[in-house]
Design a protein around this ligand. Structure first.
Ligand code: MTE
Ligand code: CO
Length: 424
């Protein structure tokens, strides 16, 4: 059977023709919809079909199509005092699948991007160890036991602006302090075993080589369980913004602990109580007290399309899609509602469902043009269910910045425009 005579191809052609005419009808008004103008995209032969394109080596390192140039990381200027101690956001509304392209991974740094020469970079392990060690990058890459893992990294401040109500119009801004990439490197345990942690060594201090010399205390149990020292992401070297040439990977735990430009690991017997774990990255409660150490990122999800930057454009068949993740393991189930929580439907997961890594969900549906209140609700394998924002506020008040994993609501208007709202 040739492709032309295949019933599937024929029905696909007629679906496309209908869709093209329907599109023309929307754009030019109902009167003309009956005798639609021919679609130039079908009748005209475009240049790219007539002329040779650029040859190989035109772009030795490839970049996206020029038609995608609006899909970029963006910052919110009023949010931070300077660009060096700031954050930009992953354009989640425009992405699919579970792996964040390296060039679109949000960046968060306290003293700008350190431009580290790998030949001059060293990793020191010292403190309560039998044998203090200093590694070059080459030493690390020769070390036996290399591994690959995909993990999400979420900044504890992700969705932090939403504690007091709906603020920012776009999942890029409300949820974009997250990325999910493959890491290539060594288990941290391998290096700690080589140095020989003394029995009293219950904590680890990780320090970066940037001018912030960012430091965090990590309990030894976690360090030995699944942390990584990574030099690669998504098949190539780390990007400078992500800590080139070496970063710490702390799966499922708040992004601040994933020290970039990693240069020093000190083994000690108690936490160091550094700035980033006392005055920052602690959860301030309603009564003014702060929680000590909230490391795990609880289960969370968000619908990425439709969303304010990805409105609906047409009635009929549409796809609701989004992402979910949990710092406690695998994702079990994601439910989606279009009526503000009255009815929930379990979404379809597609692609890998790896522990401590993002999953992608879809809900195919027919939109009749009615206003919708869309939400997603994640449940991880421990049975933990993503709370509403109100439930979170009851326990935490509104002084918080960090660890806001509340359910997000998008209002889709009947013209398809979508807005960040809250339902009380
Ligand atoms: N490590 C160093 N050395 N300096 C930093 O400013 N920022 C931390 C962490 N590691 C930071 C750092 C914070 S708050 C986060 S959320 C993550 O890195 C962000 O990682 P990314 O830039 O790859 O998104
Ligand atoms: Co952070």
């Amino acid at each position: 059977m040739t492709d032309n005579s295949s019933p599937t191809a024929a029905s696909r052609r007629s679906f496309l023709r209908t869709a093209a005419f329907a599109g023309a009808g929307l754009a030019t008004g109902a009167a003309q919809a009956q005798t639609p103008k021919p679609d130039p995209a079908i009748t005209e032969v475009p240049d790219w079909t007539r002329y040779l394109g650029p040859g190989v080596q035109n772009a030795p390192y490839g970049s996206p199509s020029k038609f995608e140039k609006h899909i970029i990381r963006q910052d919110v200027e009023w949010l931070t005092a300077s660009r060096e101690s700031s954050v930009n956001f992953t354009p989640l509304h425009a992405l699919d699948g579970v792996i964040t392209p390296s060039g679109l991974c949000f960046e968060r740094h306290h003293s700008g991007v350190a431009e580290v020469d790998p030949a001059k970079h060293r990793l020191m392990i010292h403190g309560l160890v039998d044998k203090p060690l200093v590694f070059t990058m080459e030493d690390l890459k020769r070390f036996p036991g290399r591994i690959n893992h995909a993990y999400f990294l979420e900044c504890a401040a992700n969705s932090g602006m939403e504690w007091r109500g709906a603020q920012l119009n776009g999942c890029q801004f409300t949820h974009g302090m997250i990325h999910n990439v493959w890491y290539h490197g060594l288990p941290l345990k391998t290096l700690l075993d080589e140095a020989g942690v003394k029995p009293k060594g219950k904590w680890l201090l990780a320090e970066g080589a940037d001018s912030a010399a960012m430091t965090r205390s990590i309990p030894m149990e976690k360090a030995l369980k699944d942390c990584m020292v990574a030099w690669g992401m998504n098949g190539e070297a780390l990007r400078p913004e992500q800590g080139y040439p070496l970063r710490l990977v702390v799966p499922g735990w708040e992004g601040n602990m994933w020290v970039k430009w990693l240069r020093r690991l000190e083994v000690g017997d108690e936490p160091w109580e550094q700035r980033e774990e006392t005055s920052k990255y602690t959860d301030l409660l309603a009564d003014g007290r702060a929680r000590r150490f909230t490391w795990i990122m609880d289960a969370k999800s968000v619908v990425t399309s439709p969303s304010p930057q990805a409105p609906l454009v047409q009635k009929g068949p549409n796809v609701i899609t989004g992402i979910a993740w949990s710092g406690r393991g695998r994702m079990q189930r994601i439910d989606v509602t279009i009526d503000g929580g009255k009815n929930w439907t379990t979404a379809r997961l597609d692609g890998p469902n790896m522990p401590l890594s993002m999953v992608r969900f879809y809900l195919d549906f027919d939109w009749d043009g009615r206003e919708m209140l869309i939400q997603s609700r994640a449940m991880d394998e421990t049975g933990y269910v993503q709370p509403t924002k109100e439930e979170l506020r009851k326990v935490r008040g509104v002084n918080s910045i960090y660890h806001n994993n509340g359910i997000q609501t998008w209002l889709v208007r009947s013209n398809g425009e979508t807005e960040n709202v809250e339902i009380s």
